[in-house]
Write a protein that binds this ligand. Structure first.
Ligand SMILES: Cc1cc2nc3c(=O)[nH]c(=O)nc-3n(C[C@H](O)[C@H](O)[C@H](O)COP(=O)(O)OP(=O)(O)OC[C@H]3O[C@@H](n4cnc5c(N)ncnc54)[C@H](O)[C@@H]3O)c2cc1C
Length: 471
């Protein structure tokens, strides 16, 4: 546990000044997540900036047609507020269902939102309610605020003052609890606005809170449980871990959504008879995470970009340095800051081309990554990447479908975070890598089929000459 200084500012301005002056300081709300991460050595703030003494952050009040809840309101304060219980009962029930009395007395709504844990309840309620998050700099709508696992729109030096919830016709949050912690294995919040628009938000899937758009459309058209009869939640949006399979989680989304609607309409929320699902939690398979991306460039171009260290440095999230140690072996420094974890990894990246530049078969390579984060432990991952040439039937252009599979492993303190966190983190980082990689390719015009094959031939000949002279 690294030592950290303790500061207790008394105004919003003083808090902002602390954050500007001390870039490695962290805000301290109830400390429920932050202090646990600090004690494990997962983050090393130089200072804790405690928000306890800042006035207004604990206010609950009606502002015109909206409800204001200060960032430092505890779950217990929200659960016990008569204004919230009578005018915004969904928020009251959600707060009441969080963990146990000790956690509710200390944990805050601001800390929960800034943390954006993928199994937390507040992000779901706030997203379904279409609330605004008010920071020291701007107002961010919930749709823009939650940006995936442990990630929010908050910028450096920006922090949450409170939230504004609009008045709605009705809302309900239902969760299926993880028995040990009472975090949501899956939780669903359904809200119907004054003009009949329905929003459905889901937590517990592994990637952070998300909306179920198909259910929203169906329920906006017909505010009845029956409107959900033909809908299944897309299982590819859920992840498996030791607690539940992705299929089971997807099934729970449908079940809980029906219950949330039924609680508002007075109907039965039972599932229609057609549904069958594998209920048993499944052990994660060897290749636990995977993805597929359609890239606007030829496989050859994508291949060369993948082997370019400058491109890798730009695309690997948190990569601050990358040097080539030998052909296709790199040494990188990668800083990962996700929710409670803030760790710098000395990382080795090795690329093993398995079937390079073949015009008729998929191009394939293996990336072996291993990173050491000092006392925190080590992380390893083998990523198999395959590039398939895809011809656009209309333009004849050649594009690339990039499929990847990864099996990450961690040891040491990092392993204490468990599979749920690790898989979700690895998935989120991979997603960020391929999103940046695709964005970097967007300026490249795909080649027409004929020139693609000429290009492939040229590359082959070049390689043959290179190898010939290397001998
Ligand atoms: C055993 C256990 C069970 C739990 N069960 C549930 C559950 O069922 N459902 C659920 O939703 N939650 C649950 N929680 C989460 C808990 O209730 C807290 O909401 C959460 O841990 C955040 O804690 P905190 O408010 O004390 O914030 P802290 O731990 O103090 O801070 C968390 C993070 O937010 C930042 N932060 C704090 N305040 C602000 C602010 N105003 N602006 C910007 N950044 C800020 C901090 O710097 C830190 O990075 C559980 C927690 C535990 C320990």
């Amino acid at each position: 546990m690294n030592p950290a200084a303790y500061l207790r500012p008394r105004s919003i301005t003083e808090v902002s000044q602390c954050l500007q002056r001390l870039p490695e300081a962290q805000l301290l709300a109830g400390g429920q997540s932050l202090l646990a991460a600090w004690r494990l050595g997962l983050c090393k703030p130089t200072h804790f900036v405690d928000l306890q003494d800042v006035p207004d952050l604990k206010d609950i009040r009606i502002e015109g047609d909206a409800l204001w809840v200060g960032a430092m309101c505890t779950h217990a304060q929200i659960a016990q507020s008569p204004i919230i219980a009578t005018q915004f009962p969904m928020l009251s029930a959600l707060a009441h269902g969080i963990a146990d009395a000790q956690i509710r007395n200390v944990g805050t709504i601001g800390g929960a939102l800034a943390n954006n844990d993928p199994a937390a309840c507040w992000p779901t309620g706030v997203l379904a309610m279409h609330a605004d998050i008010v920071t020291n700099e701007r107002v961010i709508n919930a749709d823009a605020f939650f940006q995936g696992l442990f990630t929010t729109a908050l910028q450096e030096g920006e922090w949450i003052l409170g939230l504004r919830f609009p008045r709605v016709a009705c809302a309900r949050y239902v969760k299926f609890e993880q028995a040990a912690s009472r975090f949501a294995l899956v939780g669903v919040a359904v809200m119907r606005s004054m003009d009949g628009e329905v929003r459905v938000a889901v937590t517990g899937l592994g990637q952070g809170v998300t909306r179920w758009y198909e259910a929203e459309t169906a329920l906006t058209a017909a505010w009845h449980v029956e409107a959900l009869n033909k809908l299944d939640f897309d299982v590819s949006n859920a992840q498996s871990d030791i607690h539940a399979s992705a299929q089971y989680r997807a099934h729970l989304v449908a079940v809980l959504c029906r219950r949330a609607v039924a609680a508002n309409t007075g109907e039965s929320g039972a599932m229609p008879a057609r549904t069958s699902v594998a209920h048993a939690p499944v052990a994660p398979s060897k290749a636990r995470i995977q993805g597929s991306h359609l890239l606007q460039a030829t496989p050859e171009y994508v291949w060369h970009q993948l082997l370019d260290p400058a491109v890798l440095q730009r695309c690997i999230p948190g990569c601050t340095a990358m040097t080539r140690t030998q052909p296709e072996h790199y040494q990188a420094v990668v800083k990962i800051g996700l929710g409670p974890v803030s760790a710098t990894f000395a990382t080795q990246v090795a690329l093993f081309p398995e079937a390079p530049n073949h015009a008729s078969a998929p191009t394939r390579c293996r990336l072996v990554l291993s990173g050491q984060a000092g006392a925190l432990g080590e992380g390893k991952a083998t990523v198999l990447v395959q590039l398939h040439a895809i011809q656009d039937p209309q333009t004849q252009s050649i594009h690339t479908r990039l499929d990847w599979q990864a099996s990450p492993e961690v040891t040491g303190k990092l392993a204490q975070l468990g599979n749920r966190f690790m898989d979700a983190t690895a998935h989120s980082l991979s997603q960020q890598f391929f999103n940046r990689f695709s964005a970097g390719l967007s300026g490249h015009t795909p080649t027409k089929a004929s020139s693609f094959f000429t290009y492939a031939l040229t590359v082959k000949v070049k390689q043959w000459f290179q190898r010939f002279f290397e001998r």
